[in-house]
Design a protein around this ligand. Structure first.
Ligand code: ADP
Length: 721
């Protein structure tokens, strides 16, 4: 964005509508504004008088500087200065043209001019947004077109006053209007831009106490004014000034000027200065040329004909200078933005510490950014323009090229890992994304490559360690499984023999001892079974069966056995099944039984009095599957909330004192949990110490499509076993 006029944000903005015109008078108390007002009126008067002197046509001028002054004031400082335009015009008409303040003409001309310029400035500021910023050459073109059209209307309206006041005849009205138009236009395209670039920002900052000349930074960065004042630059500066003087002399004062039309030489310094110094240089040079031309005209008067062509040429030169200057500044600005974005990119790359490549679709290096060239296979200069396959082996290049094609086709980012056998094997993570193009079809990709060797090695090490740990754990589990299996065989022998001996005639003492041997062996067998099951589950060797069974039948068999144990402790065991629970299931009834035996066994173990209930609910039923919800509730000692999770871990108990009191190994729930998970369900507990526990688990079963004839239900809801 090219700033030509002061930024709105530079200091306090003057009210910008005509309704706020009164603000000017309230400001009158500010001495700076009074000074500005007086200076403006004085300058207006002088410049108008100057143009009267250099008049080329009755009532009109070679150029009319006050017009440039007026527009610059309204755009640069705000529309509230409109009354000042009127006042200055009015005073000028009285002093320079001796018009009576009571006549209609003076009011007509000055109201017309003040209103026209205010409207022009309002449109420029609001619609073309020339409020300190000429965004592009396009803005300049639009401004030129609009200003020329508006001034044309004003010139034809204003020139009526000459006819009205009998200064010219109706016959000359058209020529006078045309002259007014061009004279005003020259001033608007040469003096206004100059003032808006150099003067009004400074004035505004001074008047409002705001930051001085915010837009200056943009200009100075974008053109050569800001370049260090080296000798070459200073010499060029003077040479450019001299070229203006020389062309003025050649075109207007030299011997040839009388013979040839040499005005076109004016273009030479303007083009030179605009190209080298952008819009700031162009506005200054155009003004210098125009002022110089007026002076030369006074020293070397020209014929009327030549004056008219000079006037038109001055307009063209001014417009050319403005356009060219804007174009150059715009380009400089774009260059600067480009350099800045390059700088930003470099900074970004240095912070992310990655090499960034740009490849075309075929895999040719178009650009490489890195802060450390040693990371590259070859120096950057050798790689640019060459194909990736010249440096990387086919097993790396081929998958990468395939990814390039996919990324260009889909526009989606992709990443790939590859290793490079540098002196030591180095791993890279490459991330590829398409570089957007103006026509929406990307033709090149951006690839970042990050050295991930350290994390890769760590990952490999971790993998190795995990593998080792897993195989060690497997070996241990297998050992446990084998051991418990081996231990069970002699134990069965002991149990069998004990039973046999117990059937013979024994003394009461012998019987008592043998009963204890049997009890101990039984509990040892239970423990071994638990360890065997657990190791099987851990080793992933436990597989579930998938057979058809009748749920209520299995429950009855299981809970019947448990009932004896419950009754021994004086507890009541009840069963309740939801009406929707299907009867014919496919699954592993033995493992379901094991889960229930564990949970109900615990409930009996940890309950001293009261009821234990088992409830089955249908959770989710489909055509082929049934998810059932089981609940085992007791009125026992309960489990503290913070222990709810750990009791499902192997060898963990809610309270170590329970081991002493109730026995157990802490394996039951761990096995139960894994069995439930194998059945596609989850297990959880709701419990408070002293308020009993509710163990819940879900399990998934298959459904039998055409169930075999049903054996009459062994249990009905609410039955007590
Ligand atoms: P254990 O062989 O010790 O019973 P479990 O894995 O079956 O091993 O249970 C682990 C722990 O969970 C028990 O030691 C006990 O502290 C707690 N627990 C399990 N069921 C109940 C219950 N119904 N009431 C109270 N505490 C229980």
């Amino acid at each position: 964005m090219l700033k030509l006029f002061p930024d709105k944000s530079a200091g306090q903005q003057a009210p910008s509508n005509l309704g706020a015109a009164g603000a000017f008078f309230t400001w009158g108390f500010n001495p700076w504004r009074v000074l500005l007002g007086l200076t403006f009126v004085g300058l207006h008067l002088l410049l108008d008088r100057e143009s009267v002197v250099s008049r080329v046509w009755v009532g009109t001028d070679a150029w009319y500087p006050p017009a440039g002054l007026e527009l610059a004031l309204l755009i640069g400082l705000g529309l509230s200065y409109a009354p000042l335009i009127f006042v200055a015009g009015f005073v000028t008409s009285m002093v320079n043209y001796h018009l009576s303040p009571f006549g209609a003409i003076i009011w007509y001309v000055n109201v017309l001019i003040a209103l026209s310029y205010t409207a022009m400035a309002a449109v420029l500021r609001r619609y073309i947004r020339v409020d300190g910023i000429l965004r592009s050459l396009q803005d300049v073109f639009r401004s030129i077109f609009f200003v020329m059209a508006a001034t044309l209307a004003l010139a034809f309206g204003g020139s009526l006053s000459f006819v009205w006041s009998d200064k010219i005849s109706l016959h000359h009205y058209f020529a006078a209007a045309l002259n007014w138009w061009i004279g005003d236009s020259v001033a608007l395209f040469c003096l206004s831009p100059f003032l808006l670039v150099y003067v009004t920002p400074w004035l505004k900052a001074h008047l409002t106490g705001g930051t001085p000349f915010e837009s200056k930074k943009l200009f100075s960065d974008a053109d050569r004014w800001s370049k260090p004042r080296d000798l070459g630059n200073i010499l060029e500066f003077f040479a450019q000034g001299a070229s203006i003087v020389a062309t003025l002399f050649v075109a207007l004062g030299s011997r040839f000027a009388g013979t040839y039309q040499l005005f076109y030489v004016f273009f030479l310094p303007i083009i030179w200065i605009a190209v080298r110094r952008g819009v700031r240089g162009a506005t200054a040079a155009t003004l210098m040329l125009n002022v110089g031309a007026i002076f030369m005209l006074r020293i070397f008067p020209q014929s009327l004909n030549r004056l008219v062509s000079l006037q038109i040429l001055m307009l063209i030169v001014s417009v050319t200078g403005l356009c060219l200057g804007t174009l150059i500044t715009e380009r400089n600005h774009a260059d600067r933005e480009l350099r800045e974005s390059e700088g930003r990119m470099q900074a970004l790359i240095s912070t992310i510490d990655e090499v960034v490549f740009e490849f075309d679709a075929n895999g040719i290096y178009k650009n490489i950014w890195t802060t450390d060239e040693t990371l590259l296979i070859r120096p950057k200069s050798q790689m640019l323009g060459r194909h990736a396959s010249e440096f990387l082996s086919p097993d790396i290049v081929e998958p990468i090229l395939k990814i390039f094609q996919e990324v260009l086709k889909t526009g989606k980012k992709q990443s790939v890992e590859y290793s490079w056998p540098l002196p030591v094997k180095t791993w890279f993570l490459a991330r590829v994304s398409a570089i957007p193009s103006s026509d929406g079809r990307p033709t090149s990709v951006c690839m970042t490559a990050r050295d991930i060797t350290t994390s890769k090695l760590a990952e490999e090490e971790l993998h190795r360690t995990t593998q080792a740990a897993e195989s060690a754990s497997r070996a241990k589990t297998e050992f446990l499984a084998n051991m418990s299996h081996e231990l069970r065989t002699p134990l069965h022998g002991i149990l069998g023999m004990t039973d046999l001996v117990l059937d013979t005639a024994l003394t009461s003492e012998q019987r008592e001892y043998l009963e204890m041997v049997k009890l101990s062996s039984d509990s040892l067998l239970g423990l071994l079974n638990g360890i065997l099951d657990f190791s099987k589950v851990e080793a992933g060797k436990l597989e579930l069966e998938n057979i058809e069974f009748l749920l209520s039948e299995r429950l009855f068999q299981t809970l019947k056995i448990m009932q004896f144990r419950a009754e021994e402790k004086g507890l009541e065991l009840t069963w309740h099944s939801d009406a929707g629970v299907p009867e014919h299931l496919i699954g592993d009834p033995a493992r379901l039984r094991q889960v229930l035996v564990n949970l109900v066994g615990n409930a009996i173990k940890f309950t001293e009095r009261g009821e234990i209930s088992v409830q089955v609910l249908a959770r989710e039923l489909t055509q082929q599957t049934a998810e059932l919800h089981f609940r085992v509730q007791d009125h026992g000692i309960g489990i503290p909330r913070d222990k709810h999770h750990i009791i499902f871990d192997a060898f963990t108990q809610a309270d170590s004192s329970t081991t002493r009191k109730y026995g157990g190994t802490g394996l039951g729930l761990a096995i139960t949990k894994r069995l439930v998970e194998l059945m596609g369900g989850t297990i959880w507990v709701e419990s408070e110490p002293g308020h009993g526990s509710s163990f819940h688990f879900t399990a998934k079963f298959g459904l039998v499509r055409t169930p075999a004839p049903v054996v009459p239900a062994l249990l009905t809801q609410g039955d007590t076993l």
